[in-house]
Design a protein around this ligand. Structure first.
Ligand code: LIP
Length: 267
């Protein structure tokens, strides 16, 4: 097994190449190839092409590792490492030409499930603004060449908090009720449309906190190590692992308040 830093370097290299491919396909025009779990949940030709490139590059560099990708599923490996990949996180932003989408690549050890994995390294690259967020376990978190850290305190006006809403209309009422629970803590809310970039923004101190229900392992894998290595916390409710039931991310002080506001099921 390689060091977290070597895994980070590979994630960065592949995320940059993949992001440049996504951006060049975006300039040529986007075609929605299919819908997935709901009408609003789309996949473009570029999602599939970019995931294929990432899969090929990782297989060439580390043929024994396992892989889990949003678009092509998983294959087993013979090492403890699984690469968890979202080729274009923020696909709806991508389809509309909003410059907030990212390639998210993480190396995890253990099963590729937030309940049991340990994220060793990750890279989140937004090619539309050429920003690379990257971290390796024990080595800190970086935006391009600069070290980044979560906000350690929230100003009196309240926190700047991002969230997201799942694609399934049946979940919207609950998501809105949870938002009402959080409003007393915030100065304002952001819904930027790419979970990996929301987590990167917490790591960089551009947000005080972020929470969302219904996320998949590939949405959060790289973002988890970014936030933790930037000095923050990522968990589910009751301090358990983050995942589909809930993902909460923030600096250590605000994390307690945000998790408490979300602890009770919405009325
Ligand atoms: C999306 C997220 C978005 C979230 C959606 C979805 P996709 O990922 O990043 O912020 O609200 O539930 O998971 O589908 O664009 O890769």
């Amino acid at each position: 097994m390689s060091s977290p830093d070597a895994l980070r370097a590979l994630a960065v290299e592949v995320a940059r190449e993949a992001g440049m491919l996504a951006a060049s396909r975006r300039r040529q025009g986007v075609r929605v190839a299919a819908t997935k779990t709901a009408l609003a949940d789309i996949v473009t030709d570029a999602d599939r092409e970019v995931e294929a490139l990432i899969r090929d590059r990782l297989a060439a560099a580390r043929p024994e590792d396992a892989f889990l990708g949003e678009e092509t599923g998983s294959h087993a490996g013979s090492t403890p490492i699984t690469w968890v990949v979202d080729p274009i996180d923020g696909t709806v932003n991508y389809a509309y030409g909003i410059p907030a989408y990212a390639v998210s690549i993480a190396a995890v050890s253990g099963p590729p499930e937030p309940s049991s994995w340990s994220v060793l390294a990750g890279a989140v690259y937004n090619p539309a603004v050429d920003e690379m967020f990257h971290a390796a376990r024990g080595e800190g978190c970086w935006r391009d060449r600069g070290r980044i850290r979560v906000n350690s305190e929230v100003l009196a006006a309240g926190a700047l908090v991002a969230t997201g809403f799942g694609y399934d209309p049946a979940t919207h009422a609950g998501d809105l009720a949870r938002l009402a629970q959080v409003m007393p803590l915030v100065r304002d809310i952001r819904r930027m449309g790419a979970a990996s970039l929301d987590l990167a923004a917490v790591a960089a101190g551009r947000l005080d906190g972020y929470y969302e229900r219904g996320l998949h392992p590939w949405d959060i894998a790289a973002g988890v190590v970014l936030v933790e290595e930037a000095g923050g916390r990522v968990a589910g409710l009751d301090g358990g692992p983050p995942g589909a039931a809930m993902t909460v991310a923030a600096g250590p002080a605000f994390f307690t308040d945000l998790a408490a506001a979300l602890a009770h099921p919405p009325r």
